[in-house]
Design a protein around this ligand. Structure first.
Ligand SMILES: [Zn+2]
Ligand SMILES: [Zn+2]
Length: 185
C-alpha cells in the first residue's frame, strides 16, 4: 500500500522474522550472515533502506538527507552503513516493491498521456491510432520467508542486546552496535 503526502512516499514492507523475532542481515564486506533482534526502532531504519536506496537511485536530484546508521559485522569487524548489510534476497525484495509501488503509477500516467495524445490525433480523422490494454499491471507483492530458525543466540553484555551468529563460528566476534570485540566462551 502506498500513500502520498506531497513529495513523501510511504511504503508498507512485509518481511520475515524467525521464531525468536530475529531479522537476517549480511555483511557487505565478508558476505557472512548474522541476525539482529527485531527491535521496532531498529527495524525502521533497517527496513526503510532498500526502498529509500532504490528511490534515491531513481531520482536525479538526490537530497542527501539522513546520516547513515552504522553497523559492525560480528565476524570481520567491518563497520558500514547498516543499509549496506542486507541480504541479496532482501534487496531484491525492495527492488520489486519499488517496481510495483513506484513505477506502476508512472507507467500508467505515461499510458494515459499517450491515450490523450492519440485521441487528439483521432479527431483529425486522417490518422487512426489506439492504445490497447488497461494499463500496466504491477507484479504481485512478494513476501520473503519463511525465515528458518537457524544460528546461535549470543547475548552482548556491552549493549545488552542479543544477536545470532553462525553455529560454527567459534572465535571472537564484534558487537554490531558498539564494535566491541568479544571472546566467545
Ligand atoms: Zn563481515
Ligand atoms: Zn555493544
Amino acid at each position: 500500500m502506498r500513500t502520498s503526502d506531497d513529495s513523501i512516499q510511504h511504503y508498507k514492507v512485509t518481511f520475515a522474522l524467525d521464531h525468536d523475532s530475529f531479522f537476517r542481515k549480511a555483511c557487505a564486506e565478508c558476505g557472512l550472515e548474522y541476525k539482529i533482534e527485531a527491535d521496532p526502532a531498529d527495524l525502521q531504519w533497517n527496513l526503510g533502506s532498500p526502498v529509500s536506496r532504490c528511490t534515491k537511485a531513481m531520482r536525479s536530484n538526490d537530497d542527501n538527507d539522513d546520516e547513515p546508521h552504522k553497523e559492525t559485522c560480528p565476524y570481520c569487524g567491518a563497520t558500514s552503513p547498516s543499509n549496506d548489510n542486507h541480504t541479496e534476497e532482501f534487496m531484491r525484495y525492495g527492488r520489486i516493491i519499488i517496481e510495483r509501488e513506484a513505477m506502476a503509477p508512472l507507467i500508467n500516467q505515461f499510458l494515459s498521456d499517450m491515450d490523450r495524445m492519440f485521441s487528439q490525433f483521432n479527431n483529425s480523422s486522417f490518422i487512426k491510432l489506439t492504445t490497447s490494454g488497461s494499463g500496466f499491471v504491477p507484479p504481485i507483492r512478494p513476501i520473503i520467508g519463511p525465515e528458518p530458525n537457524d544460528m546461535r543466540r549470543i547475548k552482548l553484555l556491552c549493549c545488552n542486546k542479543t544477536i545470532k551468529t553462525l553455529e560454527h563460528w567459534a572465535s571472537t566476534i564484534f558487537c554490531p552496535y558498539c564494535a566491541t570485540k568479544l571472546i566467545l566462551l
